[in-house]
Design a protein around this ligand. Structure first.
Ligand code: DAH
Length: 383
């Protein structure tokens, strides 16, 4: 008969029979101590086997029960047949008592395990200390794109749709790219509002600063590529501004530049109007006001008819009917000089749009600081 469990590993002998298939005399266990030791061995085997049972594996439990309590060939029956029956009358008392003890232990243990398996089956595997793989998983809420990111992507989409490509540039610049090549020489008053965060570097190193606008990418792009140029440059910029409801030391812009052989003010105006209508709605009107930037000539402020009152005048447009959107203009020929472009043959326009400003208008947000506080109650409104 099979010895339950790891058959044969412990009792591998020339005789193939397991201990319970042999008599105590054959095993040389005649003294009460030797008999007790044999019973202890069998009991340890049973305990080891039941300890390995999974909590709700009823099939495995049944196999163990049959192996130990099966009427015809269970271990308990075998011990009765092979150890008890052939024993001497003195041995019988010891064997009988031990056998009863073992049988009670086996029955009690198996009964406890059965009750445990049934309870686990009713209450689900989790109740038995395991994991319930049928439960739905824990779902983590996905974040949403920040309103600044959403606005930036919308701006990119609009300009892509009319042939602009999107490029990005470094946030650390040299004064040359941030100022000089954009026709803003040292001591020019336009630097006053822009003089910014300079990096503290070892003495003698070339000066570096955080860019104050995305315009330096106009220069980088024209240095790298011949016309035609049609790019927009989204990115973060820095200024030495004190924070208030419309200022932040770091914010975002999207720069635009178009240069070719036949770009006139009409292309400039048409592009700007297309953008305004796409972003603010088809009924929005556009107005250009004269302005000044060192790198454009002529320069303009682009205004849109107020989206809230349609130009009649309201609190949002401060009763002007118009809202200032961004700065723009025709590229100043002086700039072409810095990048070896032929100013006689080429012309173009540029613009610099504040992303926060566009987002505030679109969503009716009155405080720029809300964008940077990462309060989920604010951010969740842009799902
Ligand atoms: N760089 C300007 C600023 O940050 C914005 C600007 C104005 C960019 C006019 C341009 C432009 O390209 O043509 O204030």
């Amino acid at each position: 008969m099979p010895w339950p469990g790891a058959a044969g590993t412990l009792f591998l002998m020339t005789d193939e029979r397991t201990p319970v298939e042999r008599t105590l005399a054959e095993l040389g266990a005649t003294s009460p101590e030797a008999i007790a030791a044999r019973f202890a061995e069998v009991r340890a085997r049973f305990d080891a086997e039941t300890a390995r049972l999974a909590p709700c594996d009823l099939a495995a439990w049944t196999a163990v029960r049959n192996a130990w309590l099966g009427r015809a060939s269970g271990v308990i029956t075998a011990i009765g047949d092979n150890w008890l029956k052939p024993a001497t009358p003195e041995q019988k008392r010891v064997v009988g008592k031990s056998l009863n003890g073992l049988k009670a232990h086996v029955e009690r243990t198996l009964e406890e395990l059965r009750a445990r398996a049934e309870a686990a089956g009713d209450a689900g595997p989790a109740a038995a200390g395991g994991s319930d793989l049928s439960l739905p998983g824990v779902r983590r809420a996905l974040g949403t794109r920040h309103p600044i990111r959403q606005t930036r992507e919308e701006l990119e989409r609009i300009f892509r749709s009319i042939g602009f490509s999107v490029v990005e540039g470094p946030e650390i610049e040299t004064p040359y790219y941030n100022f000089e090549a954009l026709n803003i020489p040292e001591h020019h008053p336009a630097r006053d509002t822009m003089d910014t965060f300079y990096l503290s570097l070892p003495k003698g190193s070339p000066e570096l600063l955080l860019r104050t606008h995305t315009s330096p990418m106009q220069i980088h792009t024209m240095e790298r590529q011949q016309p035609p140029v049609r790019i927009v440059v989204p990115g973060r910029v820095y200024r030495r501004d004190n924070p208030d409801s419309t200022h932040s030391f770091a914010f975002h812009q999207i720069e635009g530049l178009a240069v070719d052989t036949d770009i006139t003010f009409c292309e400039f105006k048409g592009t700007v109007e297309y953008f305004v209508r796409e972003f603010l709605g088809p009924k929005t009107r556009t107005r250009l006001r004269p302005s000044y930037f060192p790198f454009t000539e002529p320069s303009a402020e682009v205004d849109a008819s107020c989206f809230a009152c349609d130009g009649r005048g309201c609190r949002i447009c401060k009763h002007a009917g118009w809202i200032e959107l961004f700065g723009a203009g025709m590229v100043d020929p002086a700039v072409y000089g810095f990048v070896n472009y032929d100013a006689k043959r080429l012309s173009g326009f540029a613009f610099g749009i504040g992303v926060e400003r566009m987002a505030m208008m679109r969503y009716g947000i009155s405080d720029i600081q809300l964008f940077y506080q990462n309060d989920v109650r604010f951010l969740r409104q842009f799902e």
